[in-house]
Design a protein around this ligand. Sequence first.
Ligand code: NAD
Length: 257
Amino acid sequence: MYSIDLSGKKGIVFGVANDRSIAWGIAEILASAGARLALTYQNERLKERVDRLAGTLDGALTIPCDATDDGQIEEAFKQVADTFGDISFLVHSIAYANREDLSGRYSDTGREGFRIALEVSAYSLLPLVRHAAALMPNGGSVVAMTFQASQRVFPGYNVMGTAKAALEHGVRQLAAEFGGDNIRVNAISAGPLETLAARGIHGFRDMRRVHADTAPLKRNISVDEVAKTALFLCSDMASGITGSIIPVDAGYHIMAV
Ligand SMILES: NC(=O)c1ccc[n+]([C@@H]2O[C@H](COP(=O)([O-])OP(=O)(O)OC[C@H]3O[C@@H](n4cnc5c(N)ncnc54)[C@H](O)[C@@H]3O)[C@@H](O)[C@H]2O)c1
């Protein structure tokens, strides 16, 4: 239990696939701070697992939402509006690229693979923030998840690096657009974590090892460390922070080698 109190606050978390998902780590910590949550799941295949996880949180809703489907996005926010009325935070923790586009030569990325990666991992933030903002009459906080491959070349990350660059730019655009409504938009740039999404990246194990050897803290980070930062960003403690990309990477980003 941490001393940030989110009692009476409500919010929506996108991206729980299983108990290793970063979104689940964030959901658990937000709930333990007293917030009431809606968790979305991508498709029916994930429903049972997400329902089971949500069942361990007080009063959590689960709602289907494929972020490539405008109708499902609209319906998800309608359900949240009907049940919660207003919300004060949104967590975007979703990304996808075809497996063949996460290894090999970047220049071989096909048109369709490029489109899919950018649509799911970057474009999706726009409609989610647009809908969430309509439910944030008193302001709010949006937290997205990114990775340093937006700035540097990580072997295997390929088109997902392009998607993260677009996502981070979107964070700045949206922060500027919604700042007047007291809605803050930030992203956490996490070090490599062993999740379902990470398993698709060629050479991921090596990436973790190099990260731990190189980072000033001489280790990898944990999902809990990302979740604690998300809790901070969703709380009033971060009231002056928007449009920022906050590294939670044991300091890896400052190193030249
Ligand atoms: N794991 C890492 O090393 C790492 C590091 C930095 C950033 N991230 C980012 O964190 C976020 C969460 O990833 P994770 O590592 O927890 O893996 P994860 O596989 O647990 O989560 C990815 C989520 O994206 C969802 N998703 C994919 N396509 C979707 C769609 N069309 N509609 C709705 N949801 C969809 C999946 O259902 C899943 O819940 C991603 O943005 C990822 O890029 C991960």
